[in-house]
Design a protein around this ligand. Structure first.
Ligand code: OGA
Ligand code: MN
Length: 200
């Protein structure tokens, strides 16, 4: 297992160098498997909800923009693996704030399930009327993702598009107000935890 601070440092270094941080095995196999099992259970029990576009008053549901379903993680669920995940995020935020003076004050994370044939069209993660989302963070929970399975994350830089395969355990990290991105059509179920580090 990679020591925590090594993984944090690798994520931050690649973020500084490429505007998009990426680390494989950010979640270890055991945690990744337990979170995936929890996500599949929530999906089977129909607890996941159609994801919206925008926030608060402007929230609407547009299946032409995105077709995933989501479920917000919360410590009050007392799920041991969600809590291990939150402990990891607490440690990361503490490390990020200490080493980069980022001033992150809170976060929010949801599970996302993209059933076969889903997508999320090109968008920016920060809302027009609420600027608190500072960083976007995505962690994939897929067991075995092949080149032909689709579902790549495409990030649009000024002069090129970067494609990222949603490999289990991988973490992707970027500024929420800068980089437009999309999720391409997937040919088999695609699972992740996606969230935002916020500054109030
Ligand atoms: C999002 C998003 C990317 C991904 O949920 O806002 O862009 O790869 N997700 O799942
Ligand atoms: Mn997004």
């Amino acid at each position: 297992m990679i020591p925590l601070e090594t993984a944090f440092e690798a994520l931050i270094t690649s973020f500084v160098e490429n505007s998009v941080g990426q680390v494989d095995h950010f979640l270890n196999d055991d945690l990744s498997r337990h979170l995936r099992e929890q996500l599949m259970l929530l999906f089977r029990e129909k607890q996941m909800k159609v994801a919206g576009v925008g926030n608060n008053a402007k929230l609407h549901y547009d299946q032409l923009v995105r077709s995933d379903v989501i479920y917000w993680l919360d410590r009050t669920h007392n799920n041991p693996y969600e809590n291990i995940f939150f402990d990891l995020m607490d440690a990361f935020v503490e490390y990020l704030n200490r080493t980069c003076y980022t001033g992150v004050t809170s976060y929010e994370f949801h599970y996302a399930y993209y059933d076969q044939g889903s997508f999320y069209k090109r968008h920016l993660d920060r809302f027009r009327d609420n600027k608190s989302r500072a960083f976007s963070m995505i962690m994939y929970l897929n067991e075995d993702w092949q080149a032909g399975d689709g579902g790549e994350l495409v990030i649009y830089h000024e002069d090129h598009a970067q494609r990222i395969s949603p490999l289990g355990g991988k973490c992707v990290f970027f500024k929420s107000d800068e980089l437009e991105h999309e999720v391409l059509l997937n040919h088999k179920p695609r699972m992740s935890i996606t969230g935002w580090l916020r500054r109030n």
